[in-house]
Design a protein around this ligand. Structure first.
Ligand SMILES: [Zn+2]
Ligand SMILES: [Zn+2]
Length: 327
């Protein structure tokens, strides 16, 4: 019997032990690596999500970015529909920026209208004449800026001549994505719909609906370009005008609506009999109630008055009962 053949089984055992040991070591390392990578990815996504939310929360910059991108895409689509093959991106960008500037002046008017609407509801917010003067100066300044820019553009040989369809698409998009127009629409909806179809949450529902409109119209334009005239810019545009806007709608409106609904669920709607049986004067505005919500502490308020109070604190306006803690 040779030495090598004698040692063979032992070596074999050692080898298999070694292999097993190595395999288990490899498995452990793989698990550690997988865990590390998963944690890293989760952390990375969290950071990206945080950055995106930060960007979305800067309403003006986010809206401006989406508007300019959408306006450029609109010009691409209309050029394609009209059969203009040699599209100059430069011209589309200039057209988009000038259009945004034009509309920005309208949004100043809208800001004034919104303040008036709010002033009617909140009497403490009084506009002084100096505020009006400031606003007027701002308006003049904005128009002057726009005119100077258009003159400069003309000097460069670029004519600003948007066609009606372009104006219709861009103006509707602008109005639906600008915060001030959303607030005005919510205010109008609040005074129009006396029935509780939005459960007194118009200020969240209306922007959500307008946001959905911008997502839909943005998706249509984007899809057209992706199919018929693909470019890298269209892909980047998808991220901003579809992905980020969906994120905004979901995290900043839809989730808020759910949270508000949860808060409101503890205040059931009072029946006519209940309103009559108890004191039918709202303690917040001292007006008669035809509609009311009942708090867990058995107090009746106008739904709108209750909502106004809940915006500032979660205490009952009458007995200081804490709605949040006792939910
Ligand atoms: Zn009231
Ligand atoms: Zn109470």
């Amino acid at each position: 019997m040779s030495k090598s053949s004698f040692n063979w089984p032992l070596m074999n055992a050692n080898n298999s032990d070694n292999i097993l040991y190595r395999q288990s070591l490899l498995q452990t390392w793989n698990q550690i690596l997988a865990l590390f990578l998963t944690r890293l990815l989760i952390r990375l996504f969290e950071e990206i999500h945080f950055m995106e939310q930060f960007f979305i929360k800067m309403h003006n910059i986010f809206a401006f970015t989406c508007q300019v991108i959408f306006f450029i895409l609109c010009d691409f689509v209309l050029n394609d529909l009209q059969g203009i093959v040699a599209v100059k991106t430069n011209r589309s960008v200039v057209l988009a920026l000038t259009t945004t500037l034009f509309y920005a002046v309208f949004s100043y008017f809208a800001t004034r209208i919104r303040d008036l609407l709010l002033k009617n509801r909140v009497p403490s917010r009084v506009d002084t004449s100096s505020d009006c003067l400031k606003l007027l100066m701002k308006l003049v300044l904005e128009w002057a800026k726009t005119i100077v820019i258009i003159m400069c553009i003309r000097e460069q040989g670029i004519q600003y001549d948007p066609n009606p369809l372009y104006t219709l698409l861009t103006l509707s998009y602008y109005m639906c994505s600008e915060k001030v127009f959303c607030e005005i629409c919510a205010n109008i909806a609040e005074s129009l719909f006396t029935i509780e179809c939005f459960e007194n949450l118009e200020y969240l529902y209306v922007p959500l609906i307008l946001n959905v409109y911008t997502i839909v119209i943005g998706s249509i334009v984007n899809l057209y370009l992706l199919i018929f005239c693909y470019s890298n810019f269209v892909l980047i545009a998808t991220y901003f005008i579809i992905f980020l806007r969906i994120k905004d709608a979901f995290f900043n409106y839809w989730q808020n609506i759910q949270a508000e609904k949860k808060t409101y669920s503890s205040f059931r709607v009072a029946t006519d009999e209940e309103i009559l049986n108890r004191d039918d004067i709202c303690a917040v505005c001292l007006n008669k109630m035809s509609k009311a919500r009942i708090t867990p502490c058995n107090h009746l308020f106008h739904p709108i008055c209750l909502k106004q109070c809940l915006k500032t604190s979660f205490l009952c306006p009458l007995c200081k009962y804490n709605f949040r803690e006792n939910q």
